[in-house]
Ligand binder design. Structure first.
Ligand SMILES: NC(=O)c1ccc[n+]([C@@H]2O[C@H](COP(=O)([O-])OP(=O)(O)OC[C@H]3O[C@@H](n4cnc5c(N)ncnc54)[C@H](OP(=O)(O)O)[C@@H]3O)[C@@H](O)[C@H]2O)c1
Length: 235
C-alpha cells in the first residue's frame, strides 16, 4: 500500500538521493527533482509498492519551476509531502566576513530561500488536495540566531531566512491542515557536509522518513531534528 506522494528536491546526490532511496523502499510514490535527470532512477529503484517520477528542476529558476510543475500536473493532482532539500553552501568554510563575495550571498539566497519559496508556491495547489499535507524545509543548526556559532555568513543567513518563512507558512496554512516544519538532518557526510561529518546519509534519511511519515499538525511551526524532536535546535 502506497504511503502517498512525496516530492523531494535535490535528489541527485547527498541527503536527497538517500531520502529518495529510503522513500521508495518504504512504499512512497516519489517525485524526484534534480537539476539534470540521468534517466535511470525510475528503472533502477522502483518496485510494485512505490514509483519514481523524475522531473528536471533547478529550484533557483522561476521559469524552470513553472515548467516542472506543468509537467507534474500531467501525472499528479495531489502531493502529500514536499521536501525542500536542494541547497547550497557557497562560501569556503570559515571565510572571514571581510573576504566574503556578494555572489556567495546571492547564490545562497537564490537556492536556499528563493528556491524554497518558488517551489512551495508552485506546490501548494497540489498539497491542498491532500488530507495530510506536509512541507518539510531542510534547515540547519547553522541557521540559529540564538546559538550563533562559527562564520558561515551566507549559508547561515539564507537558512535563517528560510526558517522565518517556515514559521510564516505554518501560521498561514494551519487552518487549512497543512503542516510546515523546519528539519535539520545533523552533520552528515555528503559533498556539503564533508568527509569528517559524523552521520551517514542513509541512516539519516531513514530517520527523516520516519519523522516525515509521523508528522502531525500539532508539530507545525517547529524546528525539528531528524528524530522529530523539537528541543535540539534553537531558532
Ligand atoms: N550535510 C550536512 O551536514 C547538512 C547539515 C545541515 C543541513 N543540510 C542541508 O541538507 C540539504 C542537503 O544537503 P547535502 O548535504 O545533501 O548537500 P549536497 O550533497 O551538496 O547536495 C545538494 C543537493 O542540492 C542540489 N541543488 C543545489 N542547487 C540546486 C538548484 N539550484 N536546483 C536544484 N537542486 C539543487 C544538488 O544538485 P546538483 O547535483 O545538481 O548540484 C544536490 O542534489 C541542504 O538543504 C543542506 O543545507 C546538510
Amino acid at each position: 500500500m502506497s504511503r502517498g506522494t512525496i516530492l523531494i528536491t535535490g535528489t541527485s546526490r547527498g541527503i536527497g538521493a538517500s531520502l529518495l532511496d529510503i522513500c521508495l523502499g518504504q512504499g512512497w510514490n516519489v517525485i524526484a527533482c534534480q537539476r539534470k535527470v540521468k534517466g535511470e532512477i525510475g528503472t533502477l529503484r522502483s518496485n510494485c509498492d512505490s514509483s519514481c517520477h523524475e522531473i528536471e528542476l533547478d529550484v533557483s529558476r522561476e521559469d524552470l519551476v513553472q515548467k516542472a510543475f506543468r509537467s507534474i500536473a500531467q501525472s499528479f493532482s495531489r502531493i502529500d509531502v514536499l521536501v525542500n532539500n536542494a541547497g547550497v553552501f557557497p562560501e569556503p568554510t570559515d571565510t572571514p566576513f571581510e573576504s566574503l563575495k556578494p555572489s556567495w550571498f546571492h547564490e545562497a539566497f537564490s537556492v536556499n530561500l528563493l528556491g524554497t519559496a518558488m517551489v512551495t508556491q508552485a506546490c501548494l495547489p497540489f498539497l491542498k488536495k491532500s488530507s495530510n499535507g506536509r512541507i518539510v524545509n531542510i534547515s540547519s543548526g547553522a541557521s540559529s540566531i540564538t546559538k550563533r556559532e562559527g562564520r558561515r555568513y551566507c549559508y547561515g543567513a539564507s537558512k535563517a531566512a528560510q526558517n522565518h518563512m517556515t514559521r510564516g507558512l505554518a501560521n498561514e496554512f494551519f487552518d487549512q491542515n497543512l503542516t510546515v516544519v523546519a528539519l535539520s538532518p545533523g552533520w552528515v557526510s555528503t559533498d556539503m557536509g564533508g568527509s569528517q561529518a559524523d552521520l551517514d546519509s542513509k541512516e539519516v534519511a531513514t530517520q527523516m522518513e520516519k519523522t516525515i511519515r509521523q508528522l502531525t499538525l500539532q508539530q507545525s511551526g517547529q524546528f525539528l531534528d531528524r528524530f522529530g524532536q523539537s528541543d535540539t535546535y534553537l531558532w
